[in-house]
Design a protein around this ligand. Structure first.
Ligand SMILES: [Zn+2]
Length: 461
């Protein structure tokens, strides 16, 4: 049996104000503090379209390879719900902002059917005793991104969402923060091209994956028992990990769409669309290919570095200074990210500049310090925000090559472990690494690895 998935995503745009009024956007503001007569739907008020929101929506559509319509229409979607004081939501229906796009996910094309602008509704907060409503979210600008049913597994659905989120972050229109509801997903699932079911408002990749998987199994079982799969809207129960049908009252409405009488058609000049296209940054796919060819990196490394724009920028700034593309990639991926993880900091907050990274890598490259020393001092460097060269100088961490100091250490180690030396001489050559480690310890990580090797070989005969 074959599963087919299409996904609707609601992404919150990073504007300062709401879609049709000047109320601020701030998810931390106290409940019902960011409202006005327009977003509360008071009679006699009129919506005024947010120019920045339109620009962000166009930018998103272009980044998703859509064609942007020079005329699109806002429509009213009518329904009654406590968190919707107007009694309708302004959205786009039969004439959306953009259509016919695609993104590439693991070498497969996932087609984007449409991208349109709409306003968010408020939020219902259910407690044990009652349901409260917070209207701060009323009128917050969203784009809805709808795919064709091109997705073939729950894993691919998650990969699609990660790719989409990455693109929206790159172009700076959405934080993609799923826990805060800045990106919400509604997959629709069908088996063997049968009736599809839709799961509402999933807020994490895990929920998307589990929800689709559950729904696939449920539909397969129904079909095997010769039961009909009906077209329903479902809710995902996070605790029980099952889908549950929404009350029919909420699913069977007729939204009675009609063109919004208070807003004229949204007419865009071709030249304006092209101006916005020109502001698009280099997108992840292109950047990854460029990193592979320009810096000769393995694709997997390029992917990690291009995961977020800020990391890709960090990498390129450092390489520009030290001209060590491979070493810089390895250092960021295996050392810097690990330390940042331990210190629980992000690249945005990191005060260890690309210039310091370049300096540290040059110190290794020029043989001033060993790679081990660099690794060892990194947490302290990050914490103290100190120049690596200065730090190495003051702490006396310069690498020692050849000379008596290493030879003395080698002799000391070999005299400490006569039994091991004997076994080595009888053919247990793996012990060489053991001796190397001990000499490294003895010299506090400062000894040049080649010198250790040479001197060990000499002294072991
Ligand atoms: Zn308002």
């Amino acid at each position: 049996m074959k599963v087919t998935v299409g996904i609707e995503v609601h992404a919150q745009l990073l504007t300062q104000t709401k879609l049709f009024c000047s109320c601020k956007l701030d998810w931390q503001a106290s409940q019902n503090s960011l409202v006005c007569p327009v977003c509360m739907g008071m009679p006699g008020t009129l919506p005024v379209l947010n120019k920045r929101a339109v620009e962000f929506a166009i930018k998103s559509a272009l980044a998703l390879n859509c064609s942007v319509n020079t005329t699109s229409i806002f429509s009213r979607k009518n329904y009654f719900y406590p968190d919707l004081p107007k009694g309708y939501q302004i959205t786009q229906y039969d004439k959306p902002l953009a259509q016919n796009g695609f993104i590439i996910v693991n070498n497969r094309k996932i087609r984007i059917r449409r991208v349109h602008l709409e306003e968010d509704a408020g939020k219902s907060i259910h407690t044990d005793k009652e349901t409260l409503v917070d209207f701060n979210r009323c009128g917050v600008p969203l784009i809805e991104i709808v795919t064709e049913p091109d997705i073939e597994s729950s894993a691919e659905a998650v990969e699609y969402l990660m790719k989409l989120r990455q693109i929206l972050r790159y172009i700076g229109v959405c934080t993609g923060d799923m826990e805060k509801g800045n990106m919400r997903c509604e997959p629709n699932i069908s088996v063997n091209m049968g009736n599809r079911t839709e799961i509402k408002n999933l807020n994490s990749f895990k929920a998307v994956s589990k929800g689709i998987e559950y729904e696939f199994q449920r539909q397969v079982k129904a079909l095997e028992n010769n039961e009909q799969v009906t077209h329903v809207t479902l809710l995902w129960d996070e605790k029980e990990e099952v889908t549950k049908p929404m009350r029919t009252k909420e699913t069977s409405e007729d939204y009675r769409y009609f063109p919004e009488p208070d807003l004229p058609p949204l007419v865009l000049k071709e030249s304006r669309i092209e101006e916005i296209r020109a502001t698009l940054p280099e997108l992840p796919e292109t950047k990854i290919s460029r990193f592979v060819s320009q810096y000769e990196l393995p694709e997997q490394d390029a992917k990690i570095l291009c995961e977020e724009q800020v990391m890709a920028d960090y990498y390129e700034s450092a390489v520009k200074i030290c001209s060590l593309p491979k070493q810089t990639a390895n250092f960021i991926i295996s050392d810097l990210l690990a330390v940042m993880n331990t210190l629980q900091t992000s690249l945005e907050k990191l005060t260890f500049s690309p210039a310091y990274t370049a300096e540290l890598l040059s110190l290794i490259e020029n043989g001033v310090i060993t790679r081990k020393t660099a690794k060892d001092i990194l947490p302290e460097l990050i914490e103290k925000q100190e120049s690596p060269a200065k730090f190495v100088e003051t702490k006396g961490l310069k690498q020692i090559s050849g000379g008596d100091e290493i030879e003395n250490a080698v002799k000391k180690v070999l005299s400490q472990y006569p039994a091991e030396v004997e076994r080595y001489k009888q053919g247990k050559v793996q012990l060489f690494a053991f001796f190397t480690g001990k000499v490294m310890q003895e010299t506090k990580g400062k000894a040049n690895p080649q010198s250790i090797k040479d001197l060990l070989l000499k002294n072991l005969g």
